[in-house]
Design a protein around this ligand. Sequence first.
Ligand SMILES: [Zn+2]
Length: 145
Amino acid sequence: MRWRGWTYSALREPDYDAGYLTQDKRVTNHIGRICDMTLERYFSPKHRDPFKPGTFAFKERDIFYDTDMIRERRKDSVMICEECAGLLIIETSSSVNRLSVCIEIPVGACDRCRDEGLRRLEDGRKKDGYKHVKFINRRDKVYLP
Ligand SMILES: [Zn+2]
């Protein structure tokens, strides 16, 4: 290694021991098997994608905000779509708010996702079960508080 004519050939890493840092061959082999298995599963999946366009994939969570002592139960649902990011529906209830919903039509949404979002907004407003109905239509830049 050289810089501005200076040589650093005598530079040594303190406490460097190449033998100590050598990885055991069993660990290397194990990592290699995991890499092979991961690639095999990625390129030749045994199960087809269970999510069909037009259906919803969802994730439910229980969240505790210890700073405010609030418990939230939340369900995030995304409508599977091959043309856009998909309609997002968030239903949430907590120890301070009863069930509410947020509907988000994504930027660049397709007509089906936009129409489904507008239908969900209409249903949400009619439905007596929601305390709050929030709506964001990023495609048409319509934001309802
Ligand atoms: Zn879509």
